[in-house]
Write a protein that binds this ligand. Structure first.
Ligand SMILES: Cc1cc2nc3c(=O)[nH]c(=O)nc-3n(C[C@H](O)[C@H](O)[C@H](O)COP(=O)(O)OP(=O)(O)OC[C@H]3O[C@@H](n4cnc5c(N)ncnc54)[C@H](O)[C@@H]3O)c2cc1C
Ligand code: FES
Length: 278
């Protein structure tokens, strides 16, 4: 865990109310793994008082040529080219929902941000895994893309199921690693399959060695209700409200079979069968 000041390289509204923020953060990248998060101070002085937890969406490990999977947004200005970030860079994908994220949405290239991270345990790919099934609800896609990058670097196969209320909430395919099989569904049928994302999971269970999920609590509960075979490990990333972010305040605890656990320190990634959800 590091407490560092990082520079904003770009910040672009890529979908209505959803921003892709690129940071120059080599000290974070050095220790980061997918599924971890940053605790970001998004404003000035004491406004807002608390930092906001935001997942590592992409972690720049190797130099990226401008290849497939790289998108220009906003008229092709150099600072607005997104794809795999360059070494030492981090991308954050966030929704503007309240005071903290509204201030973050206003940050401009050259601005300094105070962050603590990387925090939390992160996802873990088992040695025998070849096929990863990722299940995203809304902005829950944010940490799963870093996991997809890692799996592809290790020559694994990734299918990403992404659900949202409507097409406005679906991340453009051009912002994903091109090797990912991307299957979209929307509650209103405006893009991809019609319905909720968890309905697609049973179709791919035989193929998948491991399942990873992130999304609203209702989606995680729906996943638990599918009664997936115990032979499959299902790792889920939880998004509880947080205060300290480092395990000190007990403000983020969730019930598990091992008792109350801190989402910020013991998670945010938990084995689904360990959680007491319903
Ligand atoms: C480990 C972790 C990783 C996260 N990663 C991302 C990410 O990559 N991208 C992203 O957009 N968001 C992510 N979140 C949620 C994000 O932290 C909140 O949206 C943010 O803190 C809201 O701050 P705010 O000041 O803008 O809103 P506030 O004014 O604090 O709240 C505005 C609204 O958002 C709701 N809200 C606040 N925090 C959360 C939360 N943790 N979960 C669900 N609803 C919340 C509030 O109930 C309220 O309705 C993550 C949360 C956690 C715990
Ligand atoms: S936010 Fe303080 S213990 Fe998790």
């Amino acid at each position: 865990m590091r407490h560092v000041t990082v520079e904003v390289l770009a910040n672009v509204e890529i979908m209505p109310g959803v921003f892709l923020l690129r940071l120059d953060a080599p000290e974070i990248v050095e220790h980061a793994r997918s599924g971890q998060f940053l605790h970001v101070h998004s404003g000035w002085a004491l406004d807002p008082l608390l930092r906001r937890p935001l997942s590592l969406h992409r972690i720049g490990r190797e130099r990226s040529a401008r290849v497939a999977g790289t998108s220009e947004i906003g008229g092709g200005q150099p600072s607005l080219v997104f794809g795999r970030p360059n070494p030492g860079e981090i991308e954050i994908l966030f929704a503007r929902v309240g005071r903290g994220t509204t201030l973050l949405a206003q940050s401009m290239p050259g601005d300094a941000l105070s962050v603590i991270g990387p925090l939390g345990n992160g996802f873990s790919i088992e040695p025998k895994t070849r096929n990863l099934l990722l299940v995203a609800g809304g902005l829950g896609i944010a940490p799963l893309v870093a996991l997809a990058d890692e799996a592809i670097r290790r020559e694994m196969t990734v299918t990403l199921l992404a659900g949202a209320r409507s097409k406005d909430g679906i991340l453009p395919a051009g912002l994903l690693p091109p090797e990912v099989e991307y299957v979209v569904c929307t509650d209103d049928g405006s893009q991809g399959r019609h319905g909720v994302v968890t309905q697609l999971v049973p179709e791919l269970l035989d193929w998948a060695d491991q399942v990873f999920a992130c999304g609203p609590r209702a989606m995680i509960e729906a996943l638990a209700c599918l009664r997936l075979p115990t032979s499959k490990t299902v790792q889920v990333s939880l998004e509880e409200r947080m205060a300290c972010g480092v395990g000190a305040c007990l403000g983020c605890v969730t019930p598990t079979r091992k008792g109350l656990q801190r989402v910020c320190r013991d998670g945010p990634v938990f084995n689904l069968k360990e959680l007491q959800l319903l």
